[in-house]
Design a protein around this ligand. Structure first.
Ligand SMILES: C[S@@+](CC[C@H](N)C(=O)[O-])C[C@H]1O[C@@H](n2cnc3c(N)ncnc32)[C@H](O)[C@@H]1O
Length: 265
């Protein structure tokens, strides 16, 4: 598939070619496989087909997802949450703290959050109960997230003490399975950020490396605004390292210079 054909498919879904630039090879492969399975020899016949068949349209949309992630991606984010955000949650007097990992892929971000929460508690922080919701459009990613089983590359930024504390290490050190002690309070749910929202408002929302990267305006700004409306006043928003926040009216301010953690002021 050439870039022109790929762009036609992205355009159909309001997706950004620039966002897919680095990952387009693998995504194109999946699309070609799907087109072949449906017997579509041209992009136009493929788009006509998926327009008339909602299930195939959904499958095509899933082909366009990118699940690259790892534990503690963007270390400065996690250090900021640990040192600046968790103490605010401790002092909040709230009966619970709600956190949303929006577009959680295979769960690395959600489990990282759960780990720093657990660690802070063992270090003496008196945190309220955590309700952590992790959502994604792709059911297979969610299955993997729930099973909590990872290879070495996913955990390369987890230090050895945390590996021992939070994972059952299997297959001679090649498989890392999240320990059952982390599971209470964590819920995984299928949700399309473009059309659905969770019922709750949140104290902290991660929306990294999905909508802000892969969607094109105006949909990008619209989805961002709807997600942001789920954030409580004074709550925190985390974006990806290479993403920009749409210039729509919002009241997010960086927690400190250069960090990708913002507060809703
Ligand atoms: C590159 S991963 C990012 C994972 C994690 N947030 C991180 O930054 O490491 C992007 C994830 O967003 C999900 N995603 C993309 N579009 C979505 C949508 N409209 N609704 C829900 N999830 C979506 C994909 O399925 C994929 O799992």
């Amino acid at each position: 598939m050439d870039d022109h054909a790929f762009k036609e498919i992205l355009c159909f879904f309001g997706l950004s070619f620039r966002g897919y630039r680095k990952v387009r090879k693998g995504v194109k492969k999946r699309l070609v496989r799907h087109m072949n399975a449906l017997g579509c020899s041209t992009v136009q016949s493929y788009l006509d087909h998926i327009t008339a068949h909602p299930l195939d349209l959904y499958q095509c949309r899933l082909c366009l997802t990118v699940s690259i992630s790892r534990f503690f991606r963007d270390l400065l984010v996690w250090e900021t949450i640990r040192s600046r955000v968790l103490p605010v949650f401790e002092a909040s007097g709230q009966s619970k703290i709600r956190i949303w990992s929006a577009g959680c892929a295979r769960g690395e971000e959600a489990w990282s959050m759960r780990m720093i929460w657990e660690k802070a508690k063992t270090e003496g922080l008196n945190l309220p109960p955590l309700h952590l919701l992790a959502t994604d459009i792709h059911p297979l990613y969610l299955e993997a997230a729930q099973s909590g089983s990872y290879g070495r590359t996913s955990v390369k930024e987890v230090n050895s003490a945390d590996r021992t504390a939070f994972f059952d290490i299997q297959k001679g050190g090649r498989r890392f399975v999240v320990k059952p002690l982390l599971k209470p309070g964590v819920t995984f749910q299928r949700l399309d950020l473009c059309t659905e929202l969770p019922d709750h408002r949140f104290d902290l929302i991660f929306m990294r490396n999905n909508i802000l990267t892969y969607l094109e305006d105006p949909q990008r700004s619209e989805v961002f605004a709807r997600v942001l409306a789920q954030l409580r006043p004074s709550g925190y928003f985390v974006k990806g390292a290479h993403e920009t926040i749409p210039e729509t009216s919002h009241s997010l301010e960086r927690v400190c210079g250069g960090v990708n953690v913002f507060q809703n002021l």
